[in-house]
Design a protein around this ligand. Structure first.
Ligand code: CDP
Length: 786
């Protein structure tokens, strides 16, 4: 990698570090967005899905006569028909198989059983309701503990060799070293906790418009996809269509948060129906369909143990996870890591030893476990370690902030290799946490808390200091379904100096059309407003693995820098030719090429771009364009220090947030305003998780949380005010020093909120309240402590 050039730019160019207004917003705010449901194609049919009302049952028969007889219904599709085309089952991104339309059994409430194609979406929905399925009920398995017991019915009995409900076992770290450390520990602290099932609940649900031309075989698929290229390859493999004849267009997307990474049965049925009927087919999920059947997040039962020496130093960690995977293992974890990156559970602390074991279990629930607003399973890991260290501090009578400062990885230890195998690139945790503590007035707050307690008031101060692992690749370690996790960018500068940048990743609201243009603006000096960013169209963008797990900036953002530098190298040659100077004497700063020592001899990037098509030096190819594929040497490791102050009403258990100070370090910030927006979203999400949001199931497997009356999405009314801070320790291997940030706040904040409530009750001996921390749970904890 070449040395980092001077990337500073004036506001009119708007490169890295400027809070440039989002280039995409005028279009979106003025109703000119291009969302999937806006698309209407001639002759298009509408599809509705008939879903199972029960969680576990054998299918004795399906009666589609009444549905077929409805005027306007063109076809009714069942699993039997799909099976005739070898499409009743499909492979998942995690190497399992998933029923497209159920043939033998239904395995969760909301599972796809049949589909209706009609001329109108309402006719399709009404007809889907007329389908009668004869079910032979089977006992529902609604928890992973029950699922792994010897007498549990086998949910995946169609899988050859599957005699129980175990999905996987996986471990990381050094068991012997960990056992030895525990044997010699002065104190062992343990915590058993549950991160409940959550749903990404993007504003726009999932959908598809499939348009397969039966003559040419060209399949144009408009899809709410976070990973269009990977989805195209999997479509080619599943449907047997030649890949060059599949074009996936992912238009504007109203939020993804991991929910739009898996391939859903509706996509396969709609594409097959379009192929068979020779007409375009549209399928858009309802809100309840989305909440009840598509990729959920979390559902992790966790146990952690810390071994401490007599001075309060951490000696070792043991973590044991039981994951509820639902009926199909269909989340998209990297192939080598069955439980995602959960082994980042050692967090921000200097651990001599650690050992992590994970088990996944099938249950009669919708499949998922997606990288919901965080890299794979990192939120769960961060929650466990931050709850655990907080309790360890109480157990040895040390202040939780002091305990963390004592055990943090020190700045001089970076790059730091964790006992579970990550190499953290850079960080300064002590500075970050002290800055957050100063901002909140930590010492004074502790004094206020003590006085308040004497008056019977319960004030709590909760801390969470998290370290994330984002930006997957490197490709040697990370792949999904065999596809290596590099990413790409292609840049073309036209004769008038205007540019088109094409990305392998796909925005779902993160502002890539602005931030990625800012990278080019910094590297080449082309104003942001002169750069068009194209993404989400497989025919017109270079191959990439997509946007999720905060990977876009560390991968495709890096590729954008690299391709810009390739073009800068060529542009320097052209500038030397125009200025009749030696190439080695040409400097580039903010879009101006000048001869070193004589700055008045200069040409602009626009002059150079024109010359690339009109006045090239001999021996150089015409044009100013190129592409780069960036395979990062490591993940990046953003981190943050969050401090929450709450007051708990001991009579009612109601708690309210007084302060929320959030310090984030994501290295160099490309667009500080966009970064703050990302953090606000994550902090709100963390607040929702800790205070009000969960999905539960009754004993029969009925999903409670299948609408926004039961699954609460916070509004501005109840959301606390956030006070944001930052530090900046750049990533040493990223060309511009940026680390991902998209989901950091969701990773860090749930533990901070919960720790704050527990801190208010810690003197009573309360050590755990599971999320969401509802008033009755707080009240119960107080009751049982008294
Ligand atoms: O993969 P995803 O886009 O969700 O996450 P990300 O790469 O962490 O970026 C989220 C948004 O914040 C993008 O628009 C980034 O370009 C921007 N960002 C930034 O401006 N500076 C950073 N250091 C990190 C991200």
């Amino acid at each position: 990698m070449t040395a980092t050039p001077d990337l500073s730019t004036p506001p009119e160019i708007g490169g890295i570090g400027h809070s440039v207004l989002r280039q995409e917003d005028d279009r979106l705010i003025e109703g000119q967005g291009d969302f999937l449901d806006d698309l209407v194609l001639p002759g298009m049919l509408h599809m509705a899905i008939h879903r199972s009302p029960v969680a576990h049952a054998r299918i004795r028969g399906i009666d589609t006569d009444a549905a077929s007889a409805v005027e306007g219904v063109v076809a009714v599709v069942t699993g039997e028909l799909m099976a005739a085309h070898n499409l009743a089952w499909m492979p998942t991104l995690s190497g399992d198989t998933q029923a497209v339309l159920a043939t033998d059994k239904v395995r969760y409430q909301g599972q796809e059983v049949a589909a209706v194609l009609a001329t109108d979406p309402y006719i399709a929905a009404d007809a889907a309701g007329l389908i009668e399925v004869d079910y032979e009920m089977l006992p529902a398995v609604t928890g992973p503990q029950q699922s792994l017991s010897a007498d549990a019915p086998v949910i995946r009995d169609e899988k050859e060799g599957q005699t129980d409900n175990l999905v996987y076992t996986w471990s990381s770290g050094d068991q012997a070293a960990t056992d030895a450390a525990f044997a010699g520990a002065a104190k062992v602290v343990s915590l058993e906790t549950f991160y409940p099932r959550s749903h990404p609940a993007p504003l726009e649900t999932c959908g598809i418009v499939a348009d397969v031309n039966s003559v040419t075989g060209q399949a144009t698929v408009y899809l709410t996809s976070q990973a269009p290229h990977a989805h195209r390859t999997l479509f080619a493999l599943v449907a047997g269509l030649p890949e060059q004849k599949i074009r996936i267009i992912s238009p504007d997307i109203g939020g993804g948060f991991g929910n739009k990474v898996p391939i859903y049965p509706g996509y396969v049925v709609a594409t097959a129906a379009s192929l068979l009927l020779g007409t375009p087919v549209k399928w858009i999920e309802s809100r309840s369909d989305n909440l009840i059947s598509t990729g959920f997040g979390r559902d992790y039962h966790m146990r952690g143990e810390l071994a401490l020496d007599s001075d309060g130093r951490i000696l070792a960690l043991r973590a044991d996870v039981l994951s509820d995977q639902g009926a199909f293992y269909s989340d998209a974890q990297p192939s080598n890591f069955r439980a995602g990156l959960f082994h980042v559970v050692t967090g921000s602390y200097d651990f001599p030893a650690a050992h992590v074991t994970c088990k996944g279990a099938f249950t009669n629930k919708a499949p998922g476990g997606v990288a919901y607003r965080c890299s794979f399973r990192i939120t769960e890991a961060s929650y466990l370690i931050e709850r655990l260290v907080q309790n360890a501090a109480y157990e040895i009578g040390m202040d939780p902030a002091e305990f963390r400062l004592l055990n943090f990885i020190r700045e001089d230890q970076f790059p730091y290799t964790t006992p579970t195998g990550f190499t953290y690139d850079s960080g300064d945790y002590h500075t970050a946490m002290r800055k957050a503590m100063d901002e909140v007035g930590y010492q004074e707050l502790r004094a206020t808390q003590a006085t308040a307690r004497e008056e019977g008031r319960l004030i709590g101060i909760g801390i969470a200091h998290f370290t994330e692992a984002v930006g997957a690749g490197p490709s040697r370690t990370y792949d999904i379904a065999g596809l290596k996790m590099f990413d790409s960018a292609e840049l073309r500068v036209h004769p008038t100096g205007k540019a088109i940048l094409k990305l392998g990743v796909k925005t779902q609201g993160q502002g890539h059309e602005t931030t990625f243009a800012q990278i080019v603006a910094s590297e080449l000096g082309i104003p942001v407003t002169d750069i068009k960013v194209v993404h989400g169209d497989t025919d017109n963008t270079p191959y990439g693995l997509g946007t999720y797990a905060s990977r876009s900036t560390p991968t495709s953002g890096a590729a954008t820098s690299m391709v810009s530098r390739k073009l800068a190298d060529k542009a320097r040659k052209i500038a030397a030719h125009l200025l009749e100077a030696a190439e080695a004497d040409i400097d580039l700063a903010a879009g101006v090429f000048s001869v070193r020592g004589t700055p008045d001899r200069s040409v602009t990037i626009q002059d150079v771009a024109f010359a690339a098509y009109t006045n090239m030096p001999e021996g150089l190819e015409h044009g100013l364009e190129g592409s780069s594929y960036y395979d990062p040497p490591n993940l990046t490791f953003p981190y943050g220090s969050y401090i929450v102050v709450v007051e708990v009403d001991a009579e009612t258990g109601v708690w309210k947030v007084d302060r929320m100070v959030a310090l984030d370090d994501c290295g160099v910030r490309i667009n500080p305003m966009i970064v703050e927006g990302q953090i606000h979203g994550g902090l709100t999400e963390g607040f929702a998780k800790s205070s009000m949001q969960w999905i539960t199931f009754d004993d029969d497997g009925n999903c409670i949380g299948s609408n926004f009356m039961d699954y609460l999405v916070p509004t501005a009314w109840e959301t606390p005010r956030f006070e944001l801070l930052e530090t900046c320790v750049p990533s040493p291997h990223h060309p511009i020093g940026a680390k991902g940030v998209g989901e950091s706040a969701t990773v860090g904040s749930p533990a901070a909120y919960v720790n704050a409530v527990i801190d208010a009750l810690a003197h009573l001996g309360v050590r755990n309240i599971d999320m969401p921390v509802l008033p009755d749970r707080v009240w119960d904890a107080i009751e049982s402590a008294l």
